[in-house]
Design a protein. Structure first.
Length: 150
C-alpha cells in the first residue's frame, strides 16, 4: 500500500485533519493509499492535548470517523520520510525552514501547501482549505498522477 505523509508543526490539528480526510476518502473509494501524519515540533503542544477539538468537531460534522487519524501525536523521523511516496507539509513558510534544518536532504522532496494556522486562519477556513487540497490530491492520485519528488 502506498503512503502519503502529512506534516505540520504539532501533529495536533492540520496534519491530523488531512490524514483523516485522506483516509476516509481512500477507504470509501477503495484506493491503495493510506495517509499518516507527523509533527516537526510536537513538544510545542502540551502532551495531554492529543487531538485538536476543531479537528474532531470538523470530522464529526462531515461524518468522517476519527479513527482515520492516529490516536496520538508523533514526531517526524527520517524513517517516516523514507516510508512515504508523497510528502506534504501544510504551510510552506512555516514548515520548509524546519524541514531544511532537521532533514535537509528532504527539503526538495516535499510538496508544500499554504494552509496557515490559528490565529491567522480560522479553523473553518483552514480546515476547509485542507479538505479541498486533500480532495485534489486524491483526484491526482486517481488520475494522471502527481510528482512524488522521487
Amino acid at each position: 500500500m502506498d503512503r502519503v505523509l502529512f506534516i505540520c508543526t504539532g501533529n495536533y490539528y492540520r496534519s491530523r485533519f488531512a490524514e483523516a480526510v485522506f483516509n476516509h476518502h481512500a477507504v470509501s473509494l477503495g484506493l491503495p493509499w493510506r495517509a499518516f501524519s507527523r509533527g516537526l515540533a510536537i513538544h510545542l503542544v502540551p502532551p495531554e492535548f492529543l487531538l485538536s477539538p476543531h479537528t474532531h468537531e470538523h470530522l464529526v460534522a462531515r461524518n468522517m470517523d476519527v479513527r482515520h487519524t492516529s490516536p496520538d501525536r508523533r514526531q517526524l523521523s527520517e524513517e517516516d520520510l523514507g516510508s512515504a511516496q508523497v510528502i506534504v507539509a501544510l504551510k510552506d513558510d512555516e514548515h520548509r525552514p524546519m524541514i531544511r534544518s532537521k532533514f535537509p536532504d528532504w527539503e526538495d522532496r516535499v510538496v508544500y501547501w499554504d494552509v496557515g494556522d490559528q490565529p491567522d486562519v480560522t479553523p473553518d477556513d483552514g480546515l476547509a482549505a485542507i479538505e479541498k487540497r486533500v480532495e485534489d490530491l486524491i483526484d491526482d492520485l486517481r488520475g494522471v498522477g502527481i510528482s512524488t519528488g522521487r
